[in-house]
Design a protein around this ligand. Structure first.
Ligand SMILES: NC(=O)c1ccc[n+]([C@@H]2O[C@H](COP(=O)([O-])OP(=O)(O)OC[C@H]3O[C@@H](n4cnc5c(N)ncnc54)[C@H](OP(=O)(O)O)[C@@H]3O)[C@@H](O)[C@H]2O)c1
Length: 263
């Protein structure tokens, strides 16, 4: 796709909006002069050449693509007439139809990136309304390919589910790593050594997965087959309810995601 889109990011001062802007600029999906970002409190000092504004309607009027990156609870107060332009939401829980109705457009995409967009390693599922064009879909793909991997999914229910599974980004690996670190420190390792050891396991895992794109099930099976210390740990963790705990947690995230949209 050519670098011809004019992109407006509402809430561009925030965590995810800023990460998407940085990734899109880095990948050449948008040029600084074609990028507008809005803020509510303090004007950030980043993205030289881009326009920072508090006026969301002015941002929408100068853009071809309007990306909504405010928190869901701030969205009802947002008054933007998109005038049938493409609106792309990253907000958890808010449905395609609601977005289109509020902002005066039938061309809407609902996406769910995660915080790893900051390092171009997000996973972003997305879905577009029936009136979104082929070019609209190409724009969505270009923006979120710049942030990492993207997949067009079959239903909004899939997005609600993935909000819990991948929208959390590093949260669940961090939960496991934190439990490992606490155990190591309780054993007597220096906290600094425990942190370096555990973080390196995490980053090494990421690199290996990037390289081999292996299935986690195959990796677990390989360690079980080896019959060493790791097999002893995996079997004991599973007997203690590891898989059930993860499934219950993901069910809870899915329920919360649905409830956010209904609130
Ligand atoms: N962070 C993630 O990992 C993640 C993952 C998936 C989806 N999301 C979704 O991404 C959206 C943004 O999340 P975030 O983590 O980036 O939140 P955030 O850091 O709080 O960013 C939201 C930004 O929007 C600004 N804002 C609110 N109302 C505004 C308005 N009317 N005009 C201009 N700016 C306005 C806020 O300004 P103030 O500074 O004044 O509050 C804030 O800078 C949410 O809807 C969330 O569901 C986030």
């Amino acid at each position: 796709m050519s670098a011809a889109i004019r992109l407006g990011i509402v809430g561009g001062a925030g965590w995810l909006g800023g990460a998407i802007a940085g990734a899109a600029l880095q990948a050449g999906v948008v040029r600084p002069q074609d990028l507008a970002l809005s803020y509510r409190s303090a004007r950030p000092d980043r993205f030289p050449g881009a326009l920072w504004t508090k006026d969301n309607q002015a941002l929408a009027d100068r853009s071809d693509v309007i990306l909504l990156s405010v928190r869901p609870q701030d969205w009802p107060a947002l008054a933007i007439d998109a005038k049938d332009k493409l609106v792309v939401s990253v907000m958890a829980g808010i449905r395609l139809a609601e977005i289109g109705q509020k902002h005066g457009t039938r061309r809407v995409a609902r996406t769910l990136p995660n915080a790893a967009a900051e390092v171009a390693r997000s996973y972003t599922p997305w879905i577009a309304s029936g009136d979104a064009t082929g070019q609209d879909r190409a724009v969505v793909r270009a923006i979120f390919s710049a942030c990492g991997l993207e997949d067009e999914v079959g239903s909004e229910r899939d997005i609600d589910y993935l909000t819990g599974l991948t929208g959390s980004g590093p949260a669940f690996p961090a939960l496991l790593a934190n439990a490992m670190m606490r155990h190591a420190i309780a054993f007597g390792l220096k906290p600094e050594v425990a942190r370096r050891a555990v973080n390196t396991v995490l980053t090494g895992t990421g690199r290996l997965l990037d390289l081999k794109d292996a299935s986690p099930a195959d990796t677990v099976e390989a360690f079980l087959g080896y019959r060493g210390t790791t097999a002893a740990a995996i079997e004991t963790m599973r007997d203690a309810g590891f898989d059930e705990a993860v499934a219950k947690g993901l069910d809870a995230a899915f329920r919360k995601s649905i409830a956010m949209g209904e609130a």
